[in-house]
Design a binder for this molecule. Structure first.
Ligand code: NDP
Length: 298
C-alpha cells in the first residue's frame, strides 16, 4: 500500500509567516513603513472572537501593527460604515478585515463593498472578485490562496491538470476555481446538485473539498496518486463523548489512495491567517508603490 505524502500546512504557514516577517522588517528598515491590519468585529460570536484574537496575535508576531475595533452586536449600519470610512482614509491602515458573519440586521454585501478594494485583504469586495475573474491583479481570498500556495509548492506547475472543486461558496469554492483556472488547470466545480459526484471526483488530479460535511469524500472516489486538499473543518462527537475535528474527506481511506493530502487539523487551516498577513504586506507594498514580496500572491 502506498502512503500519501502529507502536506504539512502548519509548517508551510510558518514559512509564509517568516517571509512576511522578513518583508515587514525590510519595509521598516528601508522605508520607515509599518504595515497595519485593522480587524472589525461586531458582536460576541465566540468562534469569531477566537479568530480575531489569533489574527491580532499573529499580526503582531510578524512585526505589523494590529488595530482591533470591537463593536456591540446592536451597532447600526451608519456607525459601522463610518468606521470603515475612517479606516479607508487612514494611511497607517493597509488592510481592513470585517469579521463575518455580521449580525443579521447588517447587510454583509453593503458593508464589504464599502471597504477600499486596495485594503480589502479578505478579497471579498466585488471589485476584487471581478479582478480575479478577469485575471487581473487583485486581493485574493485567504483560504483559496493558501490552497494554491500549497499546490504550487508540491507540484510546481499545475498546467493541464484536472481539478475538481467541491463547493461553490464565494469565500472558498468559486475563488479556488478561478485560481486553478488561472494556473491552467481544467476545472470542474461540483456542488449539492452535482450528479454522480463520485465519478466527477474520480477524474481529478487535484481535489479541493470545501463542503462542510464531515468525512463526506471516501478514498474510493480518489484517483490513485491524486492530490487532496481538504478545506473542511467539522467538529464531530467521539464515541467517548468528547469531540474532534475532521475534514470533508475521510482521511484514513483517502490517504491510502492519494499521492498527497492535507490533514485536518494542520493542513489548510493554518494557511488562512498566514495568507491574511501575506495579503496585508502585499497591500502595503502596493499602496506605497514598492515591489511586492515574491511567492506571497497568486
Ligand atoms: P458553504 O456552506 O458556504 O458552502 C458549501 C458548499 O458545499 C456549497 O456550495 C454546497 O452546494 C456544497 N455542498 C453541500 N452539500 C454537498 C453535497 N452533498 N455534495 C456536494 N456539494 C455539497 O461553506 P464554505 O465554503 O464557507 O466552507 C466549506 C468548509 O470549509 C466548511 O467546513 C468550513 O468550516 C471550511 N472552511 C475552512 C476554512 C479554513 O480552513 N480556514 C475557511 C473557510 C471555510 P450548494 O451551493 O449547492 O448548496
Amino acid at each position: 500500500m502506498m502512503a500519501a505524502h502529507i502536506i504539512d500546512g502548519k509548517a508551510f504557514a510558518a514559512t509564509v509567516r517568516g517571509k512576511v516577517a522578513d518583508h515587514v522588517a525590510k519595509l521598516k528598515d528601508e522605508h520607515g513603513i509599518t504595515p497595519g491590519l485593522a480587524v472589525v468585529l461586531v458582536g460576541e460570536d465566540p468562534a469569531s472572537q477566537v479568530y480575531v484574537r489569533s489574527k491580532g496575535k499573529q499580526t503582531v508576531e510578524v512585526g505589523m501593527t494590529s488595530i482591533e475595533h470591537k463593536l456591540p452586536a446592536d451597532t447600526d449600519e451608519a456607525t459601522l460604515l463610518a468606521l470603515i470610512d475612517t479606516l479607508n482614509t487612514d494611511p497607517e491602515v493597509h488592510g481592513i478585515l470585517v469579521q463575518l458573519p455580521l449580525p443579521k440586521h447588517l447587510d454583509e454585501d453593503l458593508v464589504i463593498n464599502s471597504i477600499d478594494p486596495a485594503k480589502d485583504v479578505d478579497g471579498f469586495h466585488i471589485s476584487n472578485v471581478g479582478l480575479l475573474g478577469t485575471g487581473q491583479k487583485s486581493m485574493v481570498p485567504c483560504t483559496p490562496l493558501g490552497c494554491l500556495m500549497m499546490l504550487r509548492d508540491y507540484h510546481g506547475s499545475l498546467s493541464g491538470m484536472d481539478a475538481v472543486v467541491i463547493g461553490r461558496s464565494n469565500i472558498v469554492g468559486k475563488p479556488m476555481a478561478q485560481l486553478l483556472l488561472g494556473d491552467s488547470c481544467t476545472v470542474t466545480i461540483a456542488h449539492s446538485r452535482t450528479k454522480d459526484l463520485a465519478d466527477v471526483v474520480r477524474r481529478a488530479d487535484i481535489v479541493v473539498a470545501a463542503v462542510g460535511r464531515p468525512e463526506m469524500v471516501p478514498g474510493d472516489w480518489i484517483k490513485p496518486g491524486a492530490t487532496v486538499i481538504d478545506v473542511g473543518i467539522n467538529r464531530i462527537e467521539k464515541p467517548d463523548g468528547g469531540t474532534r475535528l475532521v475534514g470533508d474527506c475521510d482521511y484514513a481511506s483517502c490517504a491510502e489512495v492519494a499521492g498527497a493530502i492535507t490533514p485536518v487539523p494542520g493542513g489548510v487551516g493554518p494557511m488562512t491567517i498566514a495568507c491574511l498577513l501575506a495579503n496585508t504586506v502585499t497591500a502595503c507594498c502596493r499602496a506605497n508603490g514598492l515591489p511586492e514580496p515574491s511567492g506571497l500572491t497568486a
